[in-house]
Ligand binder design. Structure first.
Ligand code: ARG
Length: 475
């Protein structure tokens, strides 16, 4: 019989029981459930609502259950509706009346809200660690391959030569913003609903500030109805995961393109490639594709929760039980994807020659030739026109700009001299882009230093957040 069976004459039908259960999902939050219960019990003791001996029995009993769950020896009863019931009914079996006093001044509604917030904070800290680890790998590859030149693209057409490091660092900064979003989601989860009871607060003199301190929350949520029904922080988590998956998907798309025969810019390690069951020669970038594919699933988790929450009346509704699965799925997917992408980047072979060969193709010096004319007094718009005509002329004759004679050049503009192509090899073109944030060698060195400093700051922030997690279970 369920712990709420008093007013019922018969149990829930078997199918409905299975349909209504959340244990398969929320058993993942057992450590948080137990931490929340220990904090609640200690607070009840301190307020004189429970006597010290009962609190001790409860705490010991809970730690014993936790140990079994940690070790995997706990016998789960699938008739328990959720993790809260599973822990509490076991506690009552183990320690009797003291266990049955634990739920004083508490409801599963504030309990699930507390567990989910604690769990979300834990997930987010792991994601922050995963994000930082991936950025470290990207930064290392950008450092190791400093000097490698590749074509920069717009519209996937050759645009201007850039340093490969510069291209990679663009992802570093995208992921830095993801770190910020993950921390923002952590902060939005960082508030204590415990003590709100079912929806209206309780008649017992609970000390919500004390459980807030024990559980490492920044403050108690000021409105009990909001406390039991708010899941915004999971939306924040899902949005942060979605954006980060989108960034990984973009990088993976490039990894896929770069490892084609046509590009050959990188060679993925065997450890991050798969073969074909029919074509013996194949080496496929499966894990990059899968990351791209799983992005859709994480977006789906975000849309799912937005839809679940829409139109819910205050306060708790059973619909809210649906909130956890997608968030856990999205966090797990992003965690695995970051590790996989990190593995690819750490082990890929960068084919500098193939990148360099492409960097000069497709008239990537054209902007700089126009700049040359502009420096000699021609308005840039007119210079642009002249070089456009030059490119057309070259294309018709299947020539590069570097193949033109001075005479040919002069037929387009008398401002051309034989120094026009000086320094207009791909390295020279990149090097000349000295603006802050540009692809010039010195600018990229500055960027590498800034990235390292940023990562250092972010690591320090992550460890200070870690220091604010609860430790009532003595782990
Ligand atoms: N399993 C429920 C959930 O995940 C716990 C809260 C249930 N409360 C209730 N009154 N039915 O949301």
């Amino acid at each position: 019989m369920a712990l709420w069976s008093g007013r019922f004459e018969q149990g829930v039908s078997e199918g409905a029981q299975r349909f209504g259960a959340s244990l398969p999902v929320d058993r993942a939050m057992y450590a948080q459930d137990i931490a929340g219960s220990i904090a609640h019990a200690r607070m009840l003791g301190r307020q004189g609502i429970l006597d010290a001996a009962d609190v001790e029995r409860i705490e010991k009993g809970l730690l014993n259950i936790k140990r079994q769950m940690d070790e995997g020896t706990f016998v789960w009863d699938l008739n328990d509706e959720d993790i809260h019931m599973a822990v509490e009914s076991q506690l009552i079996r183990d320690v009797g009346a003291a266990g049955a006093r634990l739920h004083t001044g508490r409801s599963r509604n504030d309990q699930v809200a507390t567990d989910t917030r604690l769990y979300a904070k834990e997930l987010l800290l792991s994601l922050v660690d995963g994000n930082d680890a991936l950025r470290k790998v990207i930064l290392t590859s950008a450092r190791t391959n400093f000097g490698v030149i590749m074509p920069g693209y717009t519209h996937l057409q050759h645009a201007q030569p850039v340093l490969f490091s510069h291209h990679l660092l663009a992802y570093f900064w995208m992921l830095t913003r993801d770190h910020v979003r993950l921390v923002a989601a952590w902060r939005s989860a960082d508030a204590n609903p415990l003590g709100s009871a079912a929806l209206a607060g309780t008649t017992y003199p609970l000390d919500r500030a004390y459980t807030t301190e024990l559980l490492g929350f920044s403050h108690p949520i000021p409105n009990s109805m909001d406390a039991v029904s708010d899941r915004d922080y999971l939306l924040d988590l899902l949005y942060a995961c979605s954006v980060s998956m989108m960034h990984l998907s973009r990088l993976c798309e490039e990894i896929i393109t770069w490892s084609t025969t046509e590009f050959g810019f990188i060679t993925l390690s065997d450890a991050y490639s798969t073969g074909s069951s029919i074509m013996p020669q194949k080496k496929n970038p499966d894990f990059a594709e899968l990351t791209r594919g799983k992005t859709g699933r994480v977006y789906g988790d975000l849309m799912g929760l937005l839809t679940t929450l829409k139109s819910l009346p205050l306060a708790y509704d059973k619909d809210l039980q649906e909130c956890k699965e997608g968030a856990i799925d999205a966090a797990g997917t992003l965690q695995d994807a970051m590790a996989c992408v990190g593995g690819m980047v750490a082990t890929w072979q960068v084919n500098a020659d193939a990148m360099r060969a492409q960097a000069s193709r497709g008239f990537t010096a054209a902007t700089d030739v126009a700049d040359y004319l502009a420096r000699r007094g021609l308005p840039f718009r007119d210079a642009h026109e002249v070089v456009g005509e030059l490119v057309l002329y070259c294309e018709r004759r299947r020539k590069g700009l570097e193949d033109l004679t001075l005479k040919e050049l002069r037929s387009f503009s008398p401002l051309f001299d034989d120094d026009v192509l000086e320094g207009l090899d791909p390295e020279g073109i990149a090097r000349a882009r000295t603006t802050y944030g540009g692809t010039g060698h010195e600018a990229v060195k500055t960027q590498l230093r800034e990235a390292a400093r940023q990562l250092g700051r972010d690591r320090r922030q992550a460890s200070s957040l870690r220091g604010r997690m609860p430790n009532v279970t003595g782990d």
